[in-house]
Design a protein around this ligand. Structure first.
Ligand code: MG
Length: 165
């Protein structure tokens, strides 16, 4: 018999390189910037971290196992597809999203003005109220690869709750 505790928690982390000639897509939002994140899909590191957190909470492996970066189906794909699928997998196991919290680590551009829109979009993808979606952003004080603007990193945690039957 599978174990179904009332709450399950998951953690996710992702990083993508910033390159010229790509749109910057983060939290499902296209952001005005001179460079974008490089990757097989739309490289939305925030949605990838959230997807991994949900998959982790139900011990369903990671995003790479479900959506291979060599599969042509996911080329330039909207990462919202991955997040919605992770929510569906969790629901199949009897869980719904309780809340999420995430950190964007980026030197530029400034994320604060876009965060309300990101929260709205992530809430929509998760199928939860916006009050259950925390997104924060910070710089790395010019240190390391984030500080040198070589990439953007994101971390996320999720709490899942056993669905009432
Ligand atoms: Mg990724």
């Amino acid at each position: 018999m599978s174990s179904q505790p009332k709450y399950r928690f998951g953690i996710g982390f992702d990083v993508h390189r910033l390159v010229a000639g790509r749109p910057l897509i983060l939290g499902g939002i296209t952001i005005e910037h001179d460079r974008g994140l490089d990757g097989h899909s739309d490289a939305d590191a925030l949605l990838h971290a959230l997807t991994d957190a949900i998959l982790g909470a139900v011990a369903e492996g990671d995003i790479g196992q479900h959506f291979s970066n060599t599969d042509p189906r996911w080329k330039d794909c909207d990462s919202g597809v991955f997040l919605v699928e992770a929510v569906r997998l969790a629901a199949l196991r009897g869980y719904e999203v309780g809340n999420v919290d995430a950190i964007i680590m980026a030197e530029e551009p400034k994320m604060a003005p876009i965060i309300p829109e990101m929260r709205r979009r992530v809430a929509e993808l998760l199928g939860v109220d916006i009050s259950l979606v925390g997104i924060k952003a910070g710089t790395m004080e010019r240190m390391g690869f984030v500080g040198r603007e070589e990439g953007i990193a994101c971390q996320a945690v999720v709490g899942l709750e056993l669905k009432k039957v």
